[in-house]
Design a protein around this ligand. Structure first.
Ligand code: GLN
Length: 229
């Protein structure tokens, strides 16, 4: 099984995209940190191995997982039907929403509804559920970025009408940029889970789920801690 191989190798390899605060971001030492990284460390501890974090583009995570480049993905990853075709998901460990960021002065999108986004130029992170959501909005021009942080900068610079991204990253972007604000209304409700290669890692999944259950009581405080950093 997967666990035997991980123990033999002495390392658990996490695939993530460290551009998604508070779940994963680069800390002051330029090393990936965040909620998912701390959970991953507990999973490695449970297995008695070292944690190795591989930081890559979000849209490359599932292909890399299925190409054998890592043992699991933890990346604020939303459970979707399409992804369920190619990976096995752990238990859910967080609820999120897609939210709309606009400029504070003279917002170009009036409110956070699909109708308000129609015909607008909207930034998203490539391959995310925000990208998927916007691909179905009529007449919208969708600009795909490597990270929502970059999209936020282009919004502040007047190159976009709005950015659609997950709730806590949206709040983090806005907290770090006085020119931006986020609407309270939400476009979607989503569940985050970790992912392992399909049909190959039931034993690893069991350990991931055990750690998620063990940590469920501290998840809120852990999230708050990384949000405040
Ligand atoms: N939750 C979103 C998704 O799964 C975005 C995740 C991310 O950008 N790290 O597509």
């Amino acid at each position: 099984g997967a666990v035997d191989k991980i123990k033999e190798a002495g390392e658990l390899v996490l695939l993530t995209n460290a551009q998604f605060p508070p779940y994963e971001y680069l800390g002051d030492d330029n090393e990936p940190t965040g909620v998912d990284i701390e959970i991953a460390q507990k999973i490695a501890d449970e297995l008695g191995v070292e944690l190795t974090v591989v930081d890559m583009d979000f849209d490359g995570l599932i292909p890399a997982l299925n190409g054998g480049k890592g043992d699991f993905v933890a990346a604020g990853l939303t459970i979707t039907e399409e992804r369920q075709q190619s990976v096995d998901f752990s238990d859910e460990y967080a609820t999120s929403n897609q939210m709309v960021i606009v400029t504070k002065d003279d917002p170009k999108v009036a409110a956070a509804t699909v109708e308000d986004l129609e015909g607008k130029t909207v930034g998203v992170q490539l391959g995310t559920t925000g990208d998927l959501f916007m691909s179905e909005v009529e007449g919208a021009t969708v600009k795909q970025y490597k990270s929502a942080l970059e999209a936020g900068m282009d919004l502040a610079n007047g190159r976009l009408d709005a950015v659609v991204v997950d709730k806590l990253p949206a709040q983090s972007i806005v907290a770090n940029n006085d020119a931006l604000m986020v609407y309270d209304d939400v476009l979607t409700t989503e569940q985050y889970a970790m992912a392992v290669p399909k049909g190959q890692s039931a034993d690893l999944l069991e350990i991931i789920n055990k750690v998620l259950t063990d940590m469920s009581g501290e998840m809120e405080a852990l999230t708050q801690k990384h949000f405040d950093l």
